[in-house]
Design a protein around this ligand. Sequence first.
Ligand code: C5P
Length: 223
Amino acid sequence: TPAPVLTLDGPGGAGKGTVARAVARELGWHLLDSGAIYRLLALAAERAGVDVDDVPGLLRVARGMRLEFRPRADGGTEVRLDGEEVSTEIRSEACGERASRLAVLPAVREALLARQRDFREPPGLVADGRDMGTVVFPDAEVKVFLTASAEERARRRHKQLKEQGLGGNLTDLLREITARDERDANREVAPLVPAGDAVTIDTTGVPVESVVAQVMSRVRERL
Ligand code: C5P
């Protein structure tokens, strides 16, 4: 039987990344940051001069890009594209925006499926994204959908970006986050919606430790 999976889906800034890292560490499971894969394709395409709506070009780039994810001592992940460290570069809002534009294309999503499913290895996987519970791992043992108000998500993104030395003002971020939500929620394929069997946790004003504890108790109930 395949390794167990915990899926954490939700809009940007809902706290999925932080919660996924903490839960993966507690369980000793692998971690999939699927958004990073879309961001890496966005960066690889940009470097290759391929537009975000050029499907054959994107598929060519997707097939050719070499991705590496290495756990860092601080709990973060070092991300490499064709051998080059790009961990900070892919976090820019510009890259997120490009990622969400190419993420609407069904053929592109299909091309990235196997790369995501490859992360499912014993003893288990915590998968963070938009369609982890609905499309990529529909048979996951535990499915969680994290939300928070747009204002709170913009504040969290702002803080994260600042910590990484990336700029951005709060008003612009709020506008970008809302636009990205809209695109992610309204696309035809793999839209951002909770799986029918997901539990939704609203993290607005909730400390991260408490969200982690809720998710952990859910996992312990199911395994
Ligand atoms: O989560 P993150 O902000 O890194 O994701 C960047 C973009 O990649 C999202 O806005 C979304 O459009 C896309 N994405 C997706 N499916 C996933 C993860 C990310 O469509 N599973």
